[in-house]
Structure formats: C-alpha cells, structure tokens
Design a protein around this ligand. Structure first.
Ligand code: GDP
Ligand code: IMO
Ligand code: MG
Length: 423
C-alpha cells in the first residue's frame, strides 16, 4: 500500500490542517514528517476551531493512528499545552498518538538561540517564529542533538546539561540583548518532559513499514510550504527542514518507490508571514481586503500575513519539485467580490520574460507579468457542489488546471470541515 503525501505548495498556511482533517476518514494513519511548533494547523468542525502545532491533524478521528515522525522537532512544553487543549475531546492519546524515538527535542536554549540569532541579524532577520526550529535542526545535522529515545536512557539529564551549557556560551557569543531565567525555563521543561514520557514512543519507520505491509492506508502530513523548503525555498528566508515530497521519505523512513498520491494544496491567492521575497505581494486595498476577508493572521504567532495574487510561476515550480498528482485550492470564498483577479504567469527578470523560478526573486530583479480574469460576486461559503459555482470561478479553475497540468480535486469555500467541495 502506497503512502500518500499532503504538502503546502506556497509559503505555508495553505489550509493543510483542514484538509488532513477532511481526508482522515480515508486513512488508517496520519504521520507528520517535518517541522515543529513553528507550524499552526487550523481545523474547524461542530463550531469549534482548533490549532495544532506538532500533533498531526487526524487526531480528532477515532479511526486513525497519528504519528509524529523522526523528521519532526518537538518542544515538550508546547506539546504538553497541545495535549491539554485536547483533553476535553476524550481521545485515547496513549494508543492514538505515537512518537518516533528518532524525533529531536527542542530545548529551552534552542528557543533562546533562535532569538539571539534573529536579534543579531537586525533588518536581515528571517522573521522566524522563534520556536527554536533552526538551532534544533542545526544540532541535529551537527550530530549534537537530543532525541526522544534519549529520554529512555539514564543519562539524558547529563546530556541535556552539557548541551544547554554549550548553548549558553553561544548565546553570550551573539552579544545581543536576550533576557532569560534558565532555571525558570527548565522547571517548565522538566515538568513537560515528565508528561511527554507518559506517551508511547516507537520506532516509527518500522511501525510504518509493517503497517504498509498489512495494507494500512497512510497519509503523510507536511508542515510549512514548498517555498520555505531549506533547499528549494527562498533561501535564506526559509525554514530549516525539507518541506517538499522528498522530506516525507527522510522524515518518516518511507522509501521513494512507496510514495503514492502527492496532494498539493494552495490558496486561490498567496500569503507569506515573516521576511523574504514575495513577487506578487500587494500593498494596496486589494491586499488589505484579502487579509481582512481571509482573516490572514498567523495561527502560531498571530502576526499579520502579507497577501498577494496567485503566483503561477512559483506554483508550477512547487508542482514540479514535489511531483504533485492532485491539487486542492483553498479559500476560494475569500476572492468573492473582486471585480478583476490577477494571476502571475511570468516574471520580467533582468529585462527578460521568464516562466521558471530564478535563483534570486528579490523585488529588484523580478516584476510579475499578470493575466487578468473576471471575478465573481457570489458568496461561495454555502455552496455544496461545483454546479453552483459562478462561471468566472469555473474559468479561474479551468485556467489553473490547464497551466499546471494537474487536476484540482478539492475546492475549499470556508474554514469548516463541511465547506469542502470535491470534484
Ligand atoms: P495550515 O498551516 O496550512 O494548516 O493553515 P493555517 O491553519 O495556518 O491557515 C489557514 C487558515 O485558513 C485557517 O484559519 C483556516 O481555518 C482557514 N481556512 C482553511 N480553508 C479555508 C477556506 O476555504 N476558506 C476560508 N475562508 N478559510 C479557510
Ligand atoms: P504551517 O505549517 C507559515 C516561516 C516563518 C519564517 C520562516 C522561518 O502552519 O504552514 P522558523 O520558525 O521555521 O525559523 O521560521 O518560516 N514559517 C511559516 N510560515 N506557516 C508555517 O507553518 C510556518 N513555519 C515557519 O514565518 O518566515
Ligand atoms: Mg499554519
């Protein structure tokens, strides 16, 4: 049985949480493969809105096992809060949520290092969520990290102490103003580790291998988006993991030839939170309207998201890098009421018209070339099938499918689980 993937194709916040929740009824296992609590995945059903950071978005379904894979970085403090928020839902966490022993731990000093690094960069800061993601992956690739499995060994506290001491020296080195009380942070950290240790730790690559052999259906859940990928994103304004399809192989231990459908998810427009280039960004009333109607505020940090028109050059690149087999278009409802819609189909790049993503997409190098389409007035949020779609929305979808050469299988018309139209 192949493993299907669900990935964000833009700069994150495409609506991955909602779609994983919608699709979970068709799967036995949902497995997160990278990122950490920098993610904020929102789900809405029965009038309740829920934001998950580390826990996979299939957790509300009784039929599915949820796995936090080896590629994920876990902050025990945030994890504990996530679990507390789930308490009222009566989920059997011990058997429904399994954690890879090979996942890395975010220490309090990783968060401080993130803050120190950002402060030292001044105007060139990444706009990190400050959850310690970069420093934790640095320790992972530097072969100094602490893993979930270490918590089962007797000497984990010594390992912790030696790593934290090193981090303190590094924080001093940055020579910036980062105030902290480590003793206080550690109190919280050790308490959270104790609750983490009550959960089930597994060798997730083996678990997934056996599950596959038994014919279990597995969906891998990505975090962030392709343009934030450490290799293929808008470096250095990216996150510290591979958010693209290949990341699911390394982040779960699934062989490339076991990957089935690659479900790519995008907003009908574009957003970005944090710093970095964004060629189609709007600074006018249209951008302001998208932000307001789309309620574009970060699910993790509350920061306002930058908004702009859909960028097909970037989207095609993401489809290509990931080998996307099915598309899902989110937040179509947010575009209701625009007289004209623009889609970026090429860039003017150093005096030349190009349709691929160049090395450098900073505003001084790239000007978007737009195709204009008619908008629609109709409110989409109560629509239940594609037959009800206004002609101009249908034309927008047809245009994208033709350009991207991949079918759009889902159109989302609101945040609720029910506001999902299958095609
Ligand atoms: P994720 O990180 O990809 O899971 O996305 P986020 O949860 O960070 O951001 C998506 C936001 O859009 C959340 O507030 C969702 O509730 C909301 N949302 C998802 N799909 C739709 C949609 O079709 N229409 C509208 N209006 N909101 C949506
Ligand atoms: P989900 O899974 C949107 C952005 C940050 C920053 C950059 C690096 O909800 O789509 P980091 O904290 O990783 O050091 O930040 O990446 N970023 C996200 N933007 N959605 C996310 O996750 C993000 N996770 C990180 O804003 O620009
Ligand atoms: Mg998000």
């Amino acid at each position: 049985m192949a493993v299907d993937l669900l990935l964000g194709l833009q700069w994150g916040d495409e609506g991955k949480g909602k779609i994983v929740d919608v699709l979970t009824k068709n799967y036995d296992i949902i497995a997160r493969f990278q990122g950490g609590p920098n993610a904020g995945h929102t789900l809405e059903f029965d009038g309740i809105k829920h934001v998950l950071h580390t826990i996979p978005s299939g957790i509300f379904h009784k039929n599915a096992i949820n796995i936090v894979g080896n590629g994920v970085v876990i902050d025990p403090v945030i994890f504990k809060k996530e679990l507390e928020a789930l308490q009222r839902f009566n989920i059997d966490i011990k058997s429904k949520l399994l954690i890879s022993r090979k996942a890395h731990l975010i220490l309090p000093t990783h968060r401080l290092l993130d803050a120190a690094s950002e402060a030292s960069k001044g105007k060139a800061k990444i706009g990190s969520t400050l959850k310690g993601i970069g420093p934790t992956y640095m320790d992972k690739t530097g072969r100094n990290g602490m893993r979930i499995g270490d918590l089962e060994l007797d000497d984990w506290k010594e390992k912790y102490r030696s790593l934290a001491n090193k981090h303190e020296a590094m924080i001093d080195y940055y020579n910036v103003d980062v105030q902290y009380d480590l003793a206080e942070l550690e109190k919280d950290f050790f308490k959270s580790i104790a609750s983490l240790k009550e959960l089930t730790f597994i060798d997730s690559e083996e678990y997934l291998y056996q599950a596959q052999k038994k014919g279990k259906k597995i969906l891998a859940e990505g975090a962030q988006g392709s343009l934030l990928d450490i290799d293929f994103g808008t470096y250095p304004y990216v996150t510290s993991s591979n958010t693209t399809a290949a990341g699911a192989c390394t982040g779960l231990g699934v062989a490339p030839n076991q990957i089935g459908e690659v479900k790519g998810i995008f907003k009908a427009y574009a957003t970005r939170v944090g710093s970095g280039p964004f060629p189609t960004e709007l600074f006018d009333e249209d951008g302001e309207t998208m932000g307001r109607v789309g309620n574009e505020f970060g699910a993790t940090t509350g920061r306002a998201r930058r908004c702009g028109w859909l960028d097909l050059v970037a989207l095609k690149y993401a489809v290509q890098i990931n080998g996307v087999t099915e598309l899902m278009m989110m937040k179509a409802d947010v575009l209701s009421g625009f007289e004209k819609l623009k889609i970026c189909t090429a860039y003017n790049y150093k005096g030349e018209k190009i349709t691929h993503l160049p090395y450098n997409i900073e505003a001084e190098n790239v000007t978007p070339v737009y195709t204009e389409m008619d908008g629609w007035e109709e409110d989409l949020t109560q629509m239940g099938s594609t037959e009800e779609f206004p002609d101009s929305l249908q034309a927008y979808i047809d245009f994208l499918e033709k350009e991207l050469e991949v079918p759009i299988k889902i159109v989302s018309v609101g945040p609720d689980r029910m506001q999902t139209i299958h095609r």
